[in-house]
Design a protein around this ligand. Structure first.
Ligand SMILES: C=C1C[C@]23C[C@@]1(O)CC[C@H]2[C@@]12CCC[C@@](C)(C(=O)O1)[C@H]2[C@@H]3C(=O)O
Ligand SMILES: O=C(O)CCC(=O)C(=O)O
Ligand SMILES: [Fe+2]
Length: 369
């Protein structure tokens, strides 16, 4: 049976975004405007690890995996389980292409504000120039400018998705919606996969300790491929270590597990909570490729990772519905599709770094519905 395919833009028609902030021009600020100053939190610290101690021998940065390594699949499985994020090198995306995207992104963001506003994202649209969607959940502004750009990394996203699934014992034949269609030359494409290319620009900030580049969140995706250029700022939340900076490596790409992969893996692979810090002297550009299944396909814990000792933790959900849930409930979205409390403490504590949402941080306390 064919269902009507929706697109990501359709999601926001029923979830228009009305930000309490305007697109800012942050280029020449000497002082941090009050609207950007995030209240200090006693429990959290911007730049230091907090709360937990590391055991000797623990890795303090996410693994770097050579995609040409014959053991890559096993290494990816381990990284997904323990971190929910890893970096890849020898990924086949030419360095020249990364440089070109970076140059194009920087050129776009250096246009005069009036020019950029011609491409402003409308409240019910998915693409265009604007503040990050999640800004509506915070009363303080993020130094973040967003433009949706063109798709560039489909081949790598597909390859990585298969590797991640293979590490769970799930093969191409096990994923119906990814079956080879009549028009794809018999290739094992993830049929009609959806993706968004997002350029994030973080201007220099006169008071980085009090500002936030992009607030803590998980991506709704299966996985996200992030090119963070040479400037650090990305931090991931790691159980036992707090906030860990993901160091930029030349030509490297950061791979984040998203909420849909968390659901598909029945909670075995956490969707990594991450955030972006700004800095005083260097502006930063990142290019995020947010990759998901066809928007109308139901994603649920895969039968291969469900069993009597491990019941399904989540109900089936389409990416379309889930993006709507995320647009409405933000970091409670996973709880909204949760069927029962995860047995593994790691998942129960996985999202405990949202300190600015003025609400109970325990995801499990939120009702399904
Ligand atoms: C497909 C999408 C995922 C995303 C919302 C979007 O329509 C395009 C931007 C993505 C992003 C990037 C920053 C964090 C995030 C939570 C947000 O507000 O916009 C994600 C969204 C997501 O993964 O849910
Ligand atoms: O800028 C970064 O490093 C991260 C961006 C991000 O998390 C996102 O676009 O979802
Ligand atoms: Fe993200």
């Amino acid at each position: 049976m064919h269902t009507m395919l929706s697109s990501i833009s359709d999601v926001y028609k029923s979830h228009p975004l009305f930000l309490h902030h305007k697109n800012p021009d942050l280029h020449s600020l000497q002082e941090l405007p009050d609207s950007y100053a995030w209240a200090p939190s006693l429990e959290d610290s911007h730049h230091h690890h907090h709360g937990h101690t590391l055991s000797p021998g623990d890795d303090v940065v996410p693994p770097v995996i050579d995609l040409e390594d014959p053991n890559a699949c096993v290494l990816i499985g381990h990284a997904c389980k323990t971190w929910g994020v890893f970096q890849v090198v020898n990924h086949g995306v030419p360095g020249r292409l990364l440089d070109d995207v970076e140059f194009a992104g920087k050129s776009l963001f250096s246009l005069p504000p009036q020019q950029k506003l011609k491409a402003a994202r409308s409240p019910d649209g998915a693409a265009g120039y604007g503040i990050a969607r999640i800004s509506s959940f915070f009363s303080k502004l993020m130094c973040d400018v967003v433009v949706e750009y063109e798709e560039a990394m489909k081949a790598l996203a597909e390859k990585l998705t298969w590797l991640v699934l293979a590490s769970l014992g799930i093969s191409k034949q096990d994923i119906q919606w990814a079956a080879a269609g009549p028009n794809n030359n018999g290739q094992d494409n993830l049929k009609d996969a959806s993706a968004v290319l997002q350029l994030n620009f973080y201007p220099t900030c006169p008071d980085p300790e009090r500002a936030m580049g992009l607030a803590a969140h998980t991506d709704s995706t299966l996985l996200t491929i992030l090119y963070q250029s040479a400037i650090s700022g990305l931090q991931v939340s790691k159980e036992g270590a707090g906030w860990v900076t993901v160091p930029p490596i030349p030509g490297g790409l950061v791979i984040n597990m998203g909420d849909l992969m968390h659901i598909l893996s029945n909670g075995l692979y956490p969707s990594v909570t991450h955030r972006v810090m700004v800095n005083r002297t260097q502006q930063r550009l990142s290019v995020a490729y947010l990759y998901g299944p066809p928007t109308s396909v139901l994603i649920s814990p895969h039968p291969k990772v469900v069993g009597p000792s491990r019941p399904a933790l989540y109900r089936a959900v389409t990416w379309h519905e889930y993006l709507g849930t995320k647009a409405k409930h933000f970091n409670k979205a996973l709880s909204c599709v949760q069927l029962c409390a995860p047995q593994n403490a790691m998942f129960a504590e996985g999202n405990d770094n949202h300190k600015n949402d003025n609400s109970n941080n325990n995801n499990n306390s939120v009702q399904v519905g």
